[in-house]
Design a protein around this ligand. Structure first.
Ligand SMILES: Nc1ncnc2c1ncn2[C@@H]1O[C@H](COP(=O)(O)OP(=O)(O)OP(=O)(O)O)[C@@H](O)[C@H]1O
Ligand SMILES: [Mg+2]
Length: 249
């Protein structure tokens, strides 16, 4: 049991986004989180690295209650938890190599040669060889997205949070990223949480899939269970049929 959210409530002003959310991510699994736009998927991920704090409830990552960590402990946690942001969030004034190396430089005792070779290796994994000296503004949207992924895996984290890692990418690149997510799990034992709208990709990469709705997990199960579910809201989401959701609420 590596990441646990227990009875988490979070509002922004009068907008009550999370309403008693319970979610357990098992060690070594890949869990995809699906749900309608605005459901709070990114908010859930941000709770897991302390970027957003719950109003009430517990967020426990790797045995630590995120709410109780001081700045130093939070930084240590973030080295173990790689985060692929929905909108890449690269620093425009830094080269791609500098962006990817950011987390590595914070690890004490890391040699420059190690950093250079790790950056090269991570860029190769996302099929971006040789772009070290370019700047984010010189890349396409999909390339920036993959560079963000390279940055997240550079410190070899135990956990990887992916916020829509394949949105806006061409079908071949989607397959490359899907395979990378599976490799991270199978070869490195990474526990992955993937927020995605791409249900076909979720079926390919996930051990389990959870649907976030009305501030809670509406349904959570294996790929086969989700495929076979007749929950009207889930079907509405999977099939893109709003009329089913209306009947469910
Ligand atoms: N920092 C913030 N301040 C105020 N409101 C916020 C903040 N972050 C998120 N919200 C609100 O929380 C709700 C959920 O946002 P979130 O970004 O988690 O949705 P999402 O499920 O990731 O949607 P999408 O699929 O479009 O990315 C939205 O109503 C959003 O406006
Ligand atoms: Mg989002």
């Amino acid at each position: 049991m590596s990441i646990v959210l227990r009875d988490v409530y979070r509002a922004f002003g009068t907008n009550q986004v999370l309403r008693g959310l319970d979610l357990e991510v098992q060690d070594g699994e890949t869990l995809s989180v699906i749900g309608f736009s605005g459901a709070g998927k990114s908010v859930v991920l941000k709770h897991m690295v302390g970027l957003i704090r719950p109003d009430s409830g517990d967020v426990v990552v790797d045995g630590k209650n995120v709410n109780e960590l001081d700045v130093e402990e939070l930084n240590a946690l973030r080295r173990d938890v790689g985060y692929v942001f929905q909108f890449a969030a690269l620093f425009d004034s830094m080269s791609i190599a500098e962006n990817v190396a950011m987390g590595l430089r914070r690890v004490p005792g890391t040699y420059e040669e190690e950093i250079v070779s790790r950056v090269r290796e991570c860029l190769a994994l996302v099929e971006l060889e040789g772009i070290e000296d370019q700047y984010p503004s010189e890349l396409s949207g999909g390339m920036v997205k993959r560079a963000g992924l390279a940055r997240a895996i550079a410190t070899r984290p135990k956990y990887l949070l992916y916020d829509e890692p394949t949105t806006g990418l061409d079908p071949v690149t989607v397959t490359v990223i899907d395979r990378l997510i599976v490799r991270m799990k199978e070869e490195l034992g990474v526990t992955g949480i993937v927020v995605t709208h791409d249900i076909e990709s979720a079926y390919r990469i996930s051990d389990r899939i959870a649907m976030l709705h009305d501030g809670r997990i509406r349904i959570c199960g294996t790929v086969d269970e989700i495929r076979g579910s007749d929950d009207p809201l889930l079907r509405s989401f999977l099939e893109g049929r709003p009329e089913l959701a209306k009947r469910a609420s």
